[in-house]
Ligand binder design. Structure first.
Ligand code: G4P
Length: 528
């Protein structure tokens, strides 16, 4: 195999998704520990120590104890080159997570063993299914009282509509948690209860070993024999084609906090997980091993590091090899360029990179030219990757600056934050930039917007909530929206490409607009 192909084949690019508090941050940290990427896993949140999770960047995350931004981390393990894309767990930032999921080749779903499938798991899971990427499940917190493992598997199958294949099986849970039975190796990794801040030693023992009773207790051993019989009796094979197409999820039980079952999980995941997948573009399918470089923008973030005051654009490389000083073509901007100081992220450290391959994520300094979904490729390639869908906002507010002297900063802040995709901004047809209408998918996005305007742009804003819940783009060309017959509580606005939209307070009003205006075409997504 050529070095080029090998570099691509050994890459694993994935995201970890979960309902908040299931243990995503903890698992991410343990994985990073194995890669030697961090010396000591930080306490997940700042409650117990001052050390914050390395993947938490913004101050507001620390305040709220939730991950707002998604971070990207790369490390080496066992000959693999791993890119983990962290995602915010809170549902108000789902849009960021959706975009991140567009950039990965597989997903790890963390489930709290006591809670099973939760709301946010369901939502995120749907996006993975849409993309047909392999999904691996880590059922976490076995050191606490857990639901019956068979019930958990059934819940995943019923609620998410995916088949499961337990790779290992837990022996007890909570105070009675003794370890897991590895179904492939047919051996037991036993769990020793200890201080939860320390790593737990995994002791290996054969299931036929007569000393097993002293290790896990007679009752547990008998239960395990029964469970294993049931599992093997079910006769399901681990069908890798089903795994690759996202229809069958290999399931692992463990405890991230106690570092139990994490390394075996990582090893299996790397072996079974997907190397970089082909991508669709306007001209067909692009193979990752296509020697021409191509990438798309899936995330833009300003001011990640306050000391730097910068704006970074994150691109997922879809094909070929990127070299530091190479000339590339920005398709949407129709410009040849060199990417400025291409970076790879290692937790909160950045490194300027010399080269990167399909599957990798690179961050580049961006003076404000890129938008989410843009394609960058080798000169002469000229392709466009499929766009990343924007979600229709469900909450709206009229936003103004308190201090009229701050107009310039207000415009700059609102525009930049909107370019990042953190909010969407609209204008009333005849108003300038003195005030904007901000639309968000989750209410917390307003708080982040306000916080960032204050801390990054030094602008205090006034937020006046608006009663609208639905947004529709007007598809008809050349229509004068002011001449439309609309209910009195429907509002006409423009987006920043000067498309007209309507804001509605109810679905009833949408129907009214369509009935009273023959030929009017409305759509939920921006097609431009
Ligand atoms: P998230 O990113 O999915 O939101 O979850 P996170 O890793 O922040 O974990 C949420 C809480 O669950 C954390 O507790 C974390 O220590 C705990 N946790 C993670 N994995 C395990 C596990 O395997 N076993 C146990 N028992 N707990 C685990 P916290 O925020 O410090 O809150 P608290 O539990 O101290 O109240």
């Amino acid at each position: 195999m050529s070095d080029f192909i090998n570099e691509i084949e050994r890459r694993r690019t994935f995201a970890i998704i979960s309902h908040p508090d299931a243990g995503k941050t903890t698992l991410t940290e343990k994985l990073l520990l194995y890669g030697g990427a961090i010396a000591l896993a930080g306490s997940v949140k700042g409650k117990k120590t001052d050390r914050h999770a390395v993947s938490d960047w913004m101050e507001i995350e620390k305040q709220r104890g939730i991950s707002v931004t998604s971070s990207v981390m790369q490390f080496e393990y066992d000959g693999y080159c791993i890119n983990i894309l962290d995602t915010p767990g809170h549902q108000d930032f789902s849009e960021d997570t959706y975009r991140t999921l567009m950039a990965v080749d597989s997903a790890v779903m963390v489930i709290d063993a006591a809670k099973g499938v939760e709301n946010q798991t369901r939502k995120l899971f749907k996006v993975c299914v849409m993309r047909h990427i392999p999904i691996f499940t880590f059922i976490n917190k076995l050191d606490r009282d857990a639901k019956n493992p068979f019930d958990l598997l059934a819940e995943i199958e019923d609620e998410l509509g995916i088949s499961t294949y337990p790779m290992n099986f837990p022996i007890g849970s909570g105070v009675d948690f003794k370890g897991v039975y590895d179904r492939t190796e047919k051996r037991i990794l036993s769990y020793e209860r200890g201080d939860s801040r320390h790593e737990v030693e995994a002791v290996e023992a054969d299931i036929a070993d007569p000393s097993l009773d002293s290790l896990i207790g007679e009752r547990n051993r008998l239960q395990l024999l029964e469970d294993v019989e049931l599992l093997d009796g079910a006769g399901d094979e681990l069908d890798m084609d089903e795994v690759s197409s996202g229809r069958l999820s290999p399931v692992f039980f463990g405890s991230a906090l106690n570092n139990f079952g994490v390394e075996p999980f990582l090893k299996s995941f790397l072996k079974m997980g997907s190397s970089p997948l082909p991508r669709e573009c306007d001209g067909g399918t692009v193979a990752p091993t296509d020697p021409a470089f191509s990438a798309f923008v899936f995330k833009i973030q300003a001011n990640m590091n306050k000391a730097h005051r910068d704006r970074l654009t994150f691109m997922r490389i879809c094909s070929g090899k990127f070299e530091r000083d190479m000339e590339v073509y920005h398709v949407q901007g129709d410009k040849k360029m060199r990417l400025s100081q291409p970076q790879q992220m290692m937790a909160d450290n950045r490194e300027v990179i010399e080269e990167a391959y399909a599957g990798d994520i690179i961050g580049v300094f961006d003076p404000g030219i890129f938008s989410i979904g843009d394609t960058v490729c080798s000169v002469g390639k000229n392709i466009r990757f499929e766009g990343i869908p924007t979600f229709a906002p469900e909450h709206f507010a009229r936003i103004r600056h308190k201090d009229t002297m701050k107009r310039k900063q207000f415009v700059k802040g609102a525009t930049q934050i909107a370019q990042e995709g953190a909010i969407q901004i609209f204008r009333e047809p005849d108003s300038g930039m003195e005030e904007v209408i901000v639309g968000v998918v989750g209410m917390l996005q307003f708080d982040v917007f306000e916080h960032r305007m204050r801390t990054e742009y030094n602008v205090e804003i006034i937020n006046e909530g608006l009663p609208y819940q639905y947004i529709r783009w007007i598809d008809n060309e050349g229509i004068d929206p002011k001449k439309l017959n609309l209910s009195s509580d429907t509002k006409i606005v423009r987006d920043f490409k000067d498309n007209y939209l309507l804001l509605f307070t109810s679905e009833w009003n949408i129907r009214w607009a369509l009935e009273k205006n023959e030929g009017l075409e409305l759509s939920e997504f921006n097609k431009n």
